[in-house]
Every structure is written in structure tokens, then in C-alpha cells.
Design a protein around this ligand. Sequence first.
Ligand SMILES: [Zn+2]
Length: 513
Amino acid sequence: MIQIKPMRSPTTLGLALSLTIFVISCTNIQNQEVPSTLLIENVILIDGTGSNRQITDVRIVGNQIDTIGNLDPDDEEIIDGTGLILSPGFIDTHSHHDRNLLENPDALALLSQGVTTIIVGQDGGSNLPVVDLKEALWITPSSVNLGSYVGHGTIRREIMGVDYMRPANPNEIEAMGALLSRELKTGAMGFSTGLEYDPGIYSTTSEVISLARITAEHGKRYSSHMRSEDRDLFGAIEEAISIARQTGIPVHISHIKLAMKSLWGRADEVLKLLNMARGEGLQITADLYPYEYWQSTMTVLFPDRLFTREAAEFALEELAPPEGILIDRYEPNPSYEGLTLAQISQIRDADPVTTYLDLIAKSQTAKEAGSGGGESIIGTSMATKDITTLLKWPFTNVASDGSSTSRHPRGYGSFPKIFRKYVRETGDLSLEEAVYKMTGLVKKSLGLKGRGTLEVGSVADMVLFHPDNMADKATQQTPQALSIGVVGVWVNGMRVYEDGMSTGAHPGQWIEG
Ligand SMILES: [Zn+2]
């Protein structure tokens, strides 16, 4: 039996709760005496290793895959899998779905896509301590498994406070390292950076290397929203490679993209650099969400944080056009939410550059006054051809970068969109390749044990779906439309999704690798 670590931490409350649940589960075991068994018959198994599909029967006993082959039904639950695909549950390596998981533990946005595990704490931002999240999920479990990185930005802010707009000194780096070590020992699965964001943007490469080295000493991983995805994309890739080279740590590039018009068509050059690094023996991998538009802050388009007309003109010309910038959130004037920058400019009877700079200024003034100022935008910056090239790289897995509350459809559609668009419409990926990029490849890239492939003995995180109509329905106009085509989802052997609905089961576990 694979031992699954319960979501628990050694606090008094946690211990009291775990004791209560232990007593309850012992009672259940006494009543049931044997673990539940399920037989899925005549199903098309795609096991996540990249191997070809096979039609077979799969028996699940308790929380794991017990047998695969030509099986006779026993006294057990039986599902006819004829014409359906059974694969490992999809693993989202870059998720922000923890934002309302405690309020919404069914996580339908994820289950309707076949996602059974999410990795959070991305872009340099995490809970601190991470164990707080682990404990919260122990008290209020969810339908999906969850693991978290510890964020560089979070640690940096903790040590440097408001005085973060400069390189850290050696004492501060040492203090960050101590905090990082504590987090890696107590539940974090690795270290993430957001080098395009405050406060990570002010760090030097050597600061990141010091911290990545500590992470490597703990046998854990590094995930990075790189320093640039547009103006200095190639410099940012070189930085990520040099961090791998100098520390030996596996480096995972978050949501890889070419987010600048004059870079479009150069995805092959990006892959050439990454392949050369892999040729040196460096473990470089990446994830990607299949959309031409991102979601971030208004200020991310200004890497120097100098909000000049010249920089704004460049941003709106090269990075995202006014009609391609959709306001998701704007606390200083919520009536702008859902409008494009072009539309707001028209309302204000001002040019887009003036409008954009004014929106940033108002948000910053509000932030400084401590009265809101929160904002986020969706920016259209990528070319489909580059997305396809990057997606087809053998070391790129699928991720969402999404949440269940934003205006970006990726939180509801990333995984089914791959099947609709890249498997059925363009044929760029086979079904087996698509599944591999959501499961077995992630197992390798993140060093997961027991999950990510369906073999005898692996944990029964599974998705059963229609190969011909698995599709996303979420768009910018309907960002929270559920995907279709998933028939059933199991997490740790327990069915969590059936007939388009949650079963109400919350068997998700905390994972650390
Ligand atoms: Zn990011």
C-alpha cells in the first residue's frame, strides 16, 4: 500500500482533529471491513507514460490501482468504460486556484477539466509559513491534492520589509536562506520566484543563486516566473539556465511565452537555448497555458518601474494593444472592470497612453494611501504559432496559471482546450502526447512519487473522459463556463466528480513531491 500523508501538522488543533477523524475512520473501517473496489471495464487506458492506448479493464482497490488486464467482475462497483479514455488525473503545475479553495472545496473548475492535483505558491508568492496552508486544508479539505512552493518574493518582503527596492545585503540573504530552509523542511515542495514582480525584480541573480543552492541542498526544485517574458526574454532564459548550471537544481520555467510582437516567430530560438542547456545535463523544463493572452498587473509592462509616456507607448505598441488589454480588476474605479483600455480611453476621451498612465497613477496613489488600489489586466501578447512550437517541446507540460475567480478563462479551460484545439482541430498532439503533458511528464519534472501515471500500485487519481467532445467552454466573455467531456474524476481512489457535478467528497491530500 502506498502510504498517503494526511493533511496535518503537529499543532494542538490539528492533533485534536486528526484524533477525532482517526476514531471516525476506524469506525467506518469496522463497518466496511474491506476497502471499496471498483472495476472499470473495457476502457481505453492512456497510462500517462506516453505509451500507446490499450483497451483493458482496471480495478481500483481503496486508494490505488490494483490490477490492469482482462478481469472478471467480482462483487464490486462496475463502470462500463466503452469508448471512454481513462488516464491519470491531470496535474496543474502552475495554479492560483488556492485563492478560494477553502471557501469552495469542491473545486468544480478543476474537476470539470479532469485536474486532480494543483501546485500553488507560484510567481514568488506563497503562504508564509506554508504549513499554515497545509493546516487549513487539513481542517477544510478539498476535492483535489495540493502542493506549494515557498515564494522568494514572500520571503524577501518578510526580511526586507518596505525597503526592498534594492539588492539584498549578505546578512539579508542569509536570513532569507534560514527562512527558506525552515519552509522546505516543513512542507514546501520547492522554491518559486517572480522576478518580473515586486519585490523579486530588485534581486540580483546571485541572490537567487544563493537561495536556489539551499533549495538544491534540500533535494527540492526551482520554479520561475522569469525576469522578462518580452523585452529581455533571452536574457531571462540565460539567467534561468545559469541558475541551473551553478546550483545543479532542476529549473522549471513557468508559463513559457514570447510576449512581444517583435519576438513572434522566434520560439525555435528559445528552444534551441533550452535544448543546449539540457545537452549539458541541466534539468530544464517548462509549463505553458494555451492562450494568446496573459493576466498580470498593469505595472508588469514597465520593467524599470518608470511610468513615462515613452515606456507606455512602447508597451501599447509592442506588448499589448489597447483593444487587447482587458481590465479584470480595478479598485479605484470598479466600473472599468470588464472593459478594454481602448473602451476606457473612448469613455474618457483621451488617448490610450494617457489613459493607461493615469490608471496606474491612481492605483499607486490609492495603494500608498492604504486605500485599495488593487488592479489586474488581461493582455493579448502572444502568437498562436509560438504557443504551438513551445507546447510541442518534449519538456513542456500543460498548466493553467489560473484561478476560479478571474476573468481569464484559463482557470476553467486550459486542459480540455488542449484536447479540443491541439489534438482534434490541428492534430499537433496525439491523445497520448496530450495526456503525457498533463501527467507523466509532470511526474518526472516535479519528481512526484506514486502519481502521474496509471500503473499497478499507483495512487488512483484518475479521469474518465470522452475523447471526441472533451472541450473548454470558457472564453473572455464567459470565463467561468465549465468544461465538458469529463465523465468521472477520482482522487485518492474516491469519486469526486460525476455527471457534471461534485460528489461532495474531499479526499485531496497535501503533497510534497
Ligand atoms: Zn507568473
